[in-house]
Design a protein around this ligand. Structure first.
Ligand code: ADP
Length: 176
């Protein structure tokens, strides 16, 4: 059973077993969470990402999937890279966003992680509306069974994002 917690902060500062990265398919770095993780985690993470590109992910990591690397110099043991869907007004990509959370938990669980920090995947450069992303993220994590993971910590960047997640969690817990 995974306990869901919400905090406002910077995901690169979380002392957890696994930090989830809102990566892009190339696995070779980007802006937002991805840029911050590679900057603070150092070159070891990128080196493992390059090795993944050279082996099982020659075409990149597809949206909705997840893969782990070292966390380099971050105060965590692993980074779990997942690729969120780009928001679309014409196509419902909710299942792909839910898959990011499910697959990240599955990978973290396989590593024996107990604590996992998540960003609000797809809500930055990929433009997913925050309230809808929060609903999908929280309900998916709540409904995904785990063996080792006991805490899923959502690390929200700023008061607005934190408030939106807190409201979504209240709604989820009240069953509406
Ligand atoms: P995506 O490309 O999946 O949209 P982004 O990294 O652009 O991913 O943004 C995802 C969310 O993470 C956004 O809400 C953004 O404000 C937030 N964010 C950016 N930097 C950090 C950070 N260092 N820690 C936690 N959240 C962050």
């Amino acid at each position: 059973m995974t306990n869901i917690t919400l905090i406002m902060g910077d995901i690169t500062e979380q002392a957890v077993d696994a930090v989830v990265n809102a990566a892009n398919s190339s696995l070779l770095g980007g802006g937002g969470v991805d840029g911050a993780i590679h900057r603070r985690g150092g070159p070891e993470i990128l080196a493992e990402c390059r090795a993944l590109r050279a082996s099982q992910y020659g075409r990149g990591l597809p949206a909705g999937q997840a893969v782990a690397t070292t966390a380099g110099r971050l105060p965590a043991r692993w980074v779990v890279h997942t690729v969120g869907p780009v928001w679309s007004g014409t196509e419902d990509r909710s299942e792909t966003l839910a898959s990011c959370y499910r697959e990240s938990l599955r990978v973290a669980d396989g590593l024996g992680a107990r604590t996992v920090a998540f960003p609000a995947v797809s809500t930055g450069v990929y433009r997913w509306p925050l309230a809808d992303a929060a609903r999908i993220a929280l309900s998916t994590v709540r409904d995904t069974p785990t063996d080792s993971v006991t805490e899923a910590r959502f690390v929200l960047f700023g008061q607005d994002a934190h408030d939106v997640f807190a409201e979504a969690l209240r709604t989820l817990e009240s069953g509406h």
